[in-house]
Design a protein around this ligand. Structure first.
Ligand SMILES: [Cu+2]
Length: 81
């Protein structure tokens, strides 16, 4: 039936994971990395986050939009360049 096909397509799109790799120069130590991780978990509790103060890279597997992730980081004091 057409209606069930549409709802399945909607579900697949809704749960699509995206991997973001972002550079966050203000991340100086592991406490910064924890703050970043918590800020992103508040947006997407199921996100898989790796924040490395040495490389300044934050890798996020998330269903949230890149805009939402960037806004959360900026609000936490860690803007993305
Ligand atoms: Cu720090």
């Amino acid at each position: 039936m057409v209606s069930s096909l549409i709802s399945i397509d909607f579900l697949l799109n809704d749960f699509k994971l995206m991997t973001l790799k972002l550079t966050v120069p203000n991340m100086a130590c592991s406490a910064c990395a924890n703050t970043i991780t918590n800020a992103l978990k508040a947006i997407d509790a199921n996100a898989n986050i790796q924040a490395d103060p040495k490389t300044k890279l934050v890798s996020v597997d998330t269903q949230a939009s890149e805009t939402a992730i960037r806004e959360a980081l900026a609000a936490a004091g860690y803007p993305v360049v």
